[in-house]
Design a binder for this molecule. Structure first.
Ligand code: ATP
Ligand code: MG
Length: 455
């Protein structure tokens, strides 16, 4: 009891100014564009700090993936300093300052310190607009986790910490600022952020920060499906996608994001497929290779599609229409919670539609399939299925060979599928068998090929 009380007193919010160098953060470690934004805003007479994920990641010895700057300048004043910048958002107005280099466009997000005054909320307590500006202290209190409320001044090389964020990072804890229950009510997406950040950064969610999640998970129902999709993308591209997905289910937050996860994770073969797909993605990200969101969603939803597809076929539909209607059903079901934008869902559907086409290895079909823009993704998907026992390994190997060999070899491969040498060999072997006549009839009537073709 007394320890709890002392803990509370010690954790009272209060400004601490820390020497960044003591924590391994030097100006040179930051991206030059983030430094430029802070320098120019400070030169124009405003306060400006690198804030949020970048400071947190640097303290954890990780490379920040993007930079956010917090300033005392209003969005209009920021626009005035950076002529190419643009104000975006309605609920939260922020300024995007773009920089261009060989790798394309990089955006530094600049936000004005948010004020503490009561923002308008809906009946469930969700903040509807938050454009009242205030002091840096008020701004810190409006941020989600203590680890995300650290302000780095690149010129003074100081970290300003109002909520013991540095201590929490050192203790590998993710702690909500303020009363977690109220903070989740204000913005239920904070629950998803907690799971993602903890999984991605190897932090433990503090017990008081975790506790209200079970009770408040249903509030995610009120969040627009486009915002859920954005958060889901961050989760899948976090570099620890599999860990995030399982944590999401452990906290029972998946119900309002991807209810299908229950079914997927409860069956060993489907869980193994998803794990492999997501771990492959994590590995690609670690190697700085591009990953396709279409592929990710194709993997996430495939087994439900396949299940419905087979069901439709069993009910007498032809394979292709059966697949298309299964795809449409799954898409409609998922859409209510997760609005997958067209550019991704189109890729996802192409990958799915190409799966049965891999089995059609006659005439010019294989060569035509090879020419499809999405061939590589669809082939990778087939290999993934085969690796998990969800597709024929021999088929995947055939395509691995087919795409890299010359034209005469390709023709020979197709001819072999159409007229397998195996069957000739069998015919030749048959007279040598010392089997009774009945067995011979069975062999003739069904044939090994026929049996293998059965689902
Ligand atoms: P990431 O590494 O994914 O970019 P991040 O913490 O920087 O993590 P952003 O979405 O870039 O995440 O947000 C920047 C900062 O804005 C956060 O660090 C946090 O301080 C604040 N923030 C973002 N979303 C919320 C939210 N829903 N509620 C309160 N503060 C938030
Ligand atoms: Mg960020």
């Amino acid at each position: 009891m007394i320890r709890k009380l002392i803990g509370k007193v010690l954790r009272r919010p209060g400004k601490q100014v820390l020497h960044a160098k003591h924590y391994g953060i030097r100006r040179e470690l930051l991206h030059s564009n983030a430094l430029k934004v802070c320098d120019r805003l400070q030169d124009a007479g405003f306060d400006a700090y690198v804030v949020g994920g970048a400071v947190r990641d640097l303290l954890l010895g990780k490379n920040p993936k993007d930079y956010d700057v917090a300033t005392s300048a209003t969005p209009e004043q920021v626009r005035h300093v950076f002529h190419r910048s643009r104000i975006i958002g309605r609920r939260f107005r922020i300024v995007h300052v773009p920089f261009y280099d060989r790798d394309g466009e990089e955006i530094i997000e600049v936000t004005t310190f948010r004020g503490a005054s009561d923002a308008p909320t809906d009946d469930a307590g969700r903040i509807l607009r938050d454009n009242v500006y205030g002091s840096i202290e008020e701004d810190a209190a409006r941020r989600d986790f203590t680890a995300n409320a650290l302000y780095y001044d690149p010129n003074r090389e100081e970290i300003i910490d109002f909520h013991h964020g540095v201590a929490d990072i050192e203790a590998k804890r993710l702690v909500m600022i303020g009363d977690p229950m109220q903070r989740y009510r204000e913005d239920p997406v904070r629950m998803l952020r907690a799971v993602r950040l903890a999984s991605k950064l190897g932090l433990a969610i503090a017990p008081a920060t975790k506790k209200p999640m079970a009770e408040l998970a249903d509030l995610l129902e009120n969040i627009p499906s486009a915002r859920i999709f954005d958060e889901m993308m961050k989760l899948l591209l976090s570099g620890r996608a599999w860990v995030c997905i399982t944590a999401l289910r452990d906290e029972k937050l998946h119900k309002h994001v991807l209810p299908l996860l229950d079914k997927l994770l409860s069956r060993p073969e489907s869980s193994a497929f998803l794990q492999k797909a997501l771990e492959n993605t994590d590995a690609r990200l670690a190697e700085d290779k591009p990953v396709s969101a279409g592929f990710l969603f194709a993997a996430l939803l495939w087994q439900e599609v396949e299940f419905r597809w087979k069901k439709n076929e069993a009910a007498g539909e032809h394979p292709m229409p059966a697949l298309v209607s299964a795809m449409n059903d799954v898409e409609a079901r998922v859409e209510r919670k997760l609005a997958i934008p067209n550019r991704y869902s189109a890729a996802m559907k192409e990958i799915w539609l190409m799966q049965p086409r891999f089995e059609q290895r006659t005439g010019s079909r294989p060569s035509r399939l090879l020419e499809q823009a999405r061939f590589r993704a669809a082939y990778d998907f087939l290999v993934l299925r085969a690796e998990c026992g969800l597709a024929d390994k021999e088929l995947a190997e055939w395509w691995t060979q087919f795409q890299y060999c010359d034209e005469p070899t390709r023709s020979a491969m197709i001819a072999r599928v159409a007229n397998p040498a195996k069957s000739d060999a069998k015919k030749r072997r048959k007279p040598q068998r010392r089997k009774p006549a009945a067995a011979k009839v069975g062999g003739d009537a069904g044939g090994n090929g026929g049996a293998a073709d059965k689902p």
